[in-house]
Design a protein around this ligand. Structure first.
Ligand SMILES: N[C@@H](CCC(=O)N[C@@H](CS)C(=O)NCC(=O)O)C(=O)O
Length: 339
C-alpha cells in the first residue's frame, strides 16, 4: 500500500543539495522523513544509492532517486502546485539558468570558503563528524573522525578548482554575487518576487551553507542582511505573493547575468566541456582577465549540454516577439548557450 508520509530524504545538514531538495519538499508540503546519512543509517542508504552522494530520495513505492535537479523535475510531474516556475518564458528560462549557476558555480565559493582556512575546516569537519556519529558520541571519537574528514576534504579543493591562483577569482565572484543579490533581495522576498522558483532552490542553499561557516558566514552577516534573511527563508519557503513580471526584475537581475553568468560561469563551464571533448585532463580559462586552471569534470559538461538544450527548447517555444534571446545577447550569455 502506498503511504504518502513515507517519502524519505537521506541527506546532510552540511550538504547544499540536500537542503535544496528538503526545501522543495517543504514548499510543496510533501510529507517526508529527513534522515541524516549517519553511520547508523549507512547500510540502509547504500541499499538504495547508485552513487555515494546525498541527497537520496526514496519514494513511498521504494523508488530511489539521486541528483537534485532531476529529483525536483520528476517530483514536479506529480506535485504541480504551487507552481515552481514563472509562466512568462523569459523569467522561466532565466530561473533555470540561475539554478544551474547555483548548482555548478556557487558551489565553488561554498566549498572554497569551507575548506581553505583552518577555522572553517575545523568548524565543518566537527559538524560533519556529529552528523556521522550522532550528537551523543564521545569527544574522542568525534575529534578523531573530524580529523579524518578534514584530511579527506581539504585535498578535494582541487576538484572544484580552488587553489592559490584561483582563490581571488572565486572570492571576487562571491562578493559580486552577494552584493548584486543584496540590492535585488532588499526589494522582494524571493528572486522572482513573492514566491520561490528553481533559481532560489539552486542558489540559496549554497549560500546558506556559507552562512553556517565562520569566514563566509561573517561576510554575509556583515555585508548582506537581505541575502542572509533569504537563505534562512529558503529553508522552508512559502508562497507569499505572485511572481513579478520580468520588467520589474530586470534592472537588478540583468547585472547578475552579465557580471557572473556571462563573465564567469558560462566561459568556465564551456572551457571545461571543450577540454573534455578534446580528452584533456586539465583546462585553463581566462575569467575577468585572470587565468583559472582546473581539472576537467564530466558532470559539469553533461549539465551544460542539458542547459543548452533547455535554451534551444525555450527559444523554439518563444515567439518572434520574445525578449529572451535579446536579453541573453545583451547580457553576454547568448554565445555560450546557442550552438
Ligand atoms: N549533482 C548532485 C550533487 C550531490 C553532491 O555533490 N553531494 C555531496 C554533498 S553536497 C556528496 O554527497 N558528497 C559525498 C559525501 O558527502 O559523501 C546533486 O545535485 O544532488
Amino acid at each position: 500500500m502506498t503511504n504518502e508520509t513515507a517519502w524519505r530524504i537521506y541527506g546532510s545538514e552540511l550538504s547544499p543539495y540536500s537542503l535544496k531538495v528538503r526545501a522543495y519538499f517543504h514548499y510543496k508540503q510533501i510529507p517526508h522523513e529527513w534522515i541524516i546519512r549517519s553511520q547508523d543509517r549507512m547500510e540502509e542508504f547504500q541499499s538504495y544509492a547508485r552513487l555515494p552522494l546525498v541527497p537520496l530520495v526514496v519514494s513511498p513505492t521504494e523508488e530511489a532517486m539521486q541528483d537534485s535537479t532531476p529529483i525536483i523535475e520528476k517530483l514536479e510531474q506529480r506535485f504541480v502546485e504551487p507552481a515552481l516556475q514563472p509562466t512568462d518564458p523569459v523569467s522561466a528560462f532565466v530561473s533555470l539558468l540561475l539554478e544551474e549557476y547555483g548548482d555548478e558555480w556557487v558551489n565553488k565559493p561554498m566549498f572554497h570558503y569551507r575548506w581553505s582556512r583552518e577555522a572553517d575546516q575545523e568548524s565543518a569537519a566537527g559538524r560533519l563528524a556529529v552528523d556521522m556519529l550522532g550528537p551523543g558520541a564521545n569527544e574522542e571519537a568525534l575529534s578523531g573522525l573530524a580529523a579524518v574528514i578534514k584530511e579527506r576534504m581539504v585535498p578535494r579543493l582541487s576538484f572544484v578548482g580552488s587553489n592559490e591562483g584561483t582563490a581571488p577569482i572565486i572570492e571576487e565572484s562571491f562578493a559580486t554575487l552577494t552584493s548584486l543579490l543584496e540590492t535585488h533581495l532588499a526589494e522582494r522576498p524571493y528572486l522572482f518576487g513573492g514566491r520561490p522558483c528553481m533559481a532560489d532552490f539552486g542558489i540559496a542553499p549554497q549560500l546558506y551553507q556559507c552562512l553556517t561557516d565562520p569566514t563566509a558566514g561573517g561576510l554575509l552577516r556583515d555585508n548582506s542582511p537581505a541575502v542572509t534573511a533569504w537563505c534562512e527563508r529558503m529553508l522552508t519557503p512559502k508562497v507569499g505573493g505572485k511572481f513579478e513580471t520580468w520588467d520589474a526584475l530586470a534592472a537588478t537581475l540583468e547585472p547578475l547575468l552579465a557580471k557572473e553568468l556571462a563573465a564567469v560561469f558560462l566561459p568556465w563551464s564551456t572551457a571545461n566541456a571543450v577540454a573534455l571533448a578534446r580528452g584533456d585532463e586539465k583546462f585553463e580559462v581566462e575569467l575577468n582577465g585572470r587565468p583559472f586552471v582546473q581539472q576537467t569534470q564530466k558532470y559539469h559538461a553533461r549539465s551544460l549540454a542539458v542547459l543548452k538544450q533547455k535554451y534551444a527548447d525555450a527559444a523554439e517555444q518563444a515567439d518572434d516577439e520574445s525578449m529572451l534571446t535579446p536579453l541573453l545577447k545583451r547580457s553576454g550569455c547568448l554565445d555560450w548557450l546557442a550552438d
